[in-house]
Design a protein around this ligand. Structure first.
Ligand code: SF4
Length: 222
C-alpha cells in the first residue's frame, strides 16, 4: 500500500474530482485504505463542452474500473463565469483560481450536506501545477459557508432537486433542517507518500486522455 490515510472524522466521504489524471492515484490510495468515496464531478470551469464531456467520461471509465460510485453535477459555465468576473486576467494560481476552486468546492460541500456526507476532499491539488494551500483554503471556506447557510436557514437540502435543478433549494428559516450538517474538509496532501509518481504510472497504465491546459478559456489562452 502506498500510503496510510485517515479522514478527519468517520462517515461517508465525497471526493470532488477534476479529471481522471488527477484522480487516479488518489482513488487507488483511498480504495487500498478501505475507504469508499463517492466521486463528484463538479467542474463548470471546463470549456468547450466537448472537452468537459471527454474529461468526465475518462473519469467515469476509471470509477467503473475501480467499482467506485460517481455523480455528475450540473454543468453551468455561465454561473462559473459570473463567479470569476473581473478576475479574467489573473495568472494561474492567482485570485481567479481561488474563486474557481471555491465555486466548485462550494457546490460539492452543498451536495455533501444534502446527501449525508461527513467529509469532503478534492483531487484539485494532486497536480504539481496547483497550490495546495490555495486549494485547502478554498475547501475550508466552502464548508464554512455551507455551515453558515444551514445555520441561517438560507438553504434547504432537497435530494430530489439536486444536482439537476440546483444545489439546494431556497428556504425560509423555519424550514431549515437541524438534522443536516456541513461536511468537514479533509486538507489531505495527495502528492506525498509516492502518490506523485504513481499518478504518472496510472495515466500510462490506463491510457488516460491527459489535457495540456487547466480547463477554463483563460488558462487555454495562457
Ligand atoms: S486556470 Fe484552472 S483553476 Fe484557474 S480559473 Fe482556470 S480552470 Fe480554474
Amino acid at each position: 500500500m502506498a500510503l496510510i490515510v485517515n479522514p478527519p472524522v468517520s462517515g461517508k466521504i465525497l471526493l470532488h474530482s477534476c479529471c481522471a489524471p488527477c484522480s487516479g492515484a488518489v482513488l487507488e490510495c483511498m480504495v487500498q485504505n478501505g475507504l469508499h468515496p463517492t466521486v463528484f464531478f463538479s467542474n463548470s470551469n471546463i470549456v468547450p463542452p466537448g472537452e468537459y464531456g471527454l474529461r468526465r467520461s475518462e473519469l467515469r471509465r476509471y470509477c467503473e474500473y475501480l467499482g467506485v460510485e460517481a455523480v455528475d453535477d450540473e454543468y453551468d459555465h455561465a454561473a462559473w463565469l459570473s463567479s470569476v468576473r473581473g478576475l479574467e486576467n489573473e495568472p494561474e494560481r492567482g485570485a481567479r483560481c481561488s474563486a474557481c476552486f471555491r465555486f466548485r468546492l462550494l457546490r460539492s460541500a452543498r451536495y455533501a450536506a444534502a446527501h449525508g456526507f461527513a467529509v469532503l476532499t478534492t483531487t484539485l491539488a494532486s497536480s504539481r501545477w496547483k497550490d495546495l494551500e490555495q486549494v485547502n483554503e478554498a475547501g475550508e471556506q466552502a464548508c464554512a459557508m455551507v455551515a453558515e447557510e444551514l445555520r441561517a436557514g438560507i438553504l434547504r437540502p432537497d435530494s430530489a432537486a439536486f444536482p439537476d435543478n440546483g444545489p439546494l433549494m431556497p428556504a425560509s428559516a423555519h424550514e431549515a433542517s437541524s438534522s443536516v450538517s456541513a461536511p468537514v474538509f479533509w486538507p489531505m496532501n495527495w502528492r506525498k507518500g509516492g502518490l506523485q509518481p504513481r499518478r504518472g504510472e496510472i495515466i500510462r497504465e490506463q491510457n488516460f486522455y491527459n489535457q495540456t491546459w487547466c480547463g477554463c478559456e483563460f488558462s487555454r489562452r495562457e
